[in-house]
Design a binder for this molecule. Sequence first.
Ligand SMILES: *[C@@H]1O[C@H](CO)[C@@H](O)[C@H](O)[C@H]1NC(C)=O
Ligand SMILES: *[C@@H]1O[C@H](CO)[C@@H](O)[C@H](O)[C@H]1NC(C)=O
Ligand SMILES: *[C@@H]1O[C@H](CO)[C@@H](O)[C@H](O)[C@H]1NC(C)=O
Ligand SMILES: *[C@@H]1O[C@H](CO)[C@@H](O)[C@H](O)[C@H]1NC(C)=O
Length: 357
Amino acid sequence: MKSSLTWTAVALAAAIQSCTAQTYTECNPMEETCSANTGLASWSFTTDFTSGDDAFDSWNITSGSVPSTSLGAEFTINEQGDAPTIETDFYIFFGYLEVKMRASNGTGIVSTAIMESDDLDEIDWEQVSTFNTEIQSNYFGKGNTTSYDRATTITVDTPEDTFHTYGISWTSEKTEWYVDGTLVRTLNYADAVDGTNYPQTPMRVRIGIWAGGDPDNSEGTIEWAGGETDYTQAPFTMYLESVSITNYNPAESYTYTDTTGSYDSISASNSTSGSTTSSSSSSTDTTSSTSRSVAASSSTPGFSDTTSSGAASGSASATSSATPSASPFVGGSSKLLFAHTEGFWMGLLAAVGVAML
Ligand SMILES: *[C@@H]1O[C@H](CO)[C@@H](O)[C@H](O)[C@H]1NC(C)=O
Ligand SMILES: *[C@@H]1O[C@H](CO)[C@@H](O)[C@H](O)[C@H]1NC(C)=O
Ligand SMILES: *[C@@H]1O[C@H](CO)[C@@H](O)[C@H](O)[C@H]1NC(C)=O
Ligand SMILES: *[C@@H]1O[C@H](CO)[C@@H](O)[C@H](O)[C@H]1NC(C)=O
């Protein structure tokens, strides 16, 4: 962004960009025919973000600049509007994600590691810097934001001073959140509105920070973020040491064969055996042995051995279009920008909501 632009203009431009690149999707396969998702063709993928610029192979920096440092990838908010974010240039279809990171300090800064699909299924880790004793887990199915009871708070020892590993094990049967190898939450398929709201479509990994406490955000968001961010206290920095990803259905691409958004509607092209290991940088042991065993034990590859999907209504509720601005829990770094342009967004979201019907 050019510094000569006014903040409003920056926010608006960024919001439009975020609409497609962050929480929203360029093409929602539940509404239209979209090109296939590029898959991770190997079983596993590891990045050591201390290893220099090559670490970002297979990652796209979608906002800001994110250098490699001796502590890992550095995500810094220096001023209002900063929200550095990276995402994988591939999707996985069920799998295990583990990030080793140290969350940002300050007030109201949100350090996030999420997975999100093109039809807005989402599984989140979100650490709010105001509370240096906890992290939140959350999920969304098909962009449904009509209830706010999906988030849980998990106690963690000084997540802003200490590197911890945060894991998400994701199968068609259940999603599990792990902290330092310890299971801290389980979401079963049936628990999410009989599976309708269960995250189950190919996702990419997205990691970044944003200011939930930005003074221009909605009151609800600032409250959730534990107060207003004081930019004179900047920099606020999150460090991401490493990421380890296992893809339980390695394939060159994934296609939605209908508009249900259910996992059994996803076709994987050129599925591979998954025995290979690729790494965007060194394949050193950046993951703990604990987490490796977690990944292995939860691996039940494939997705044919479960309950049939809740193929019920594939359409998002119209009411969801009326409420997102009240939700501090929608994942991604667009929330800040969202709040800046609420009128614009309400109109846009209403349009999206209508289009979804
Ligand atoms: C990542 O960036 C490259 C180069 O800018 C672009 O061609 C590609 O479409 C991006 N991938 C994703 C998944 O956005
Ligand atoms: C946050 O930590 C950085 C060093 O990592 C420090 O420079 C900054 O003053 C800290 N900010 C606050 C508000 O504690
Ligand atoms: C599948 O693999 C074949 C042979 O390697 C290749 O020609 C084809 O383009 C691949 N298809 C897709 C969808 O990637
Ligand atoms: C959205 O979620 C709520 C509960 O969280 C549920 O009652 C509603 O049916 C869901 N809407 C759709 C379209 O699945």
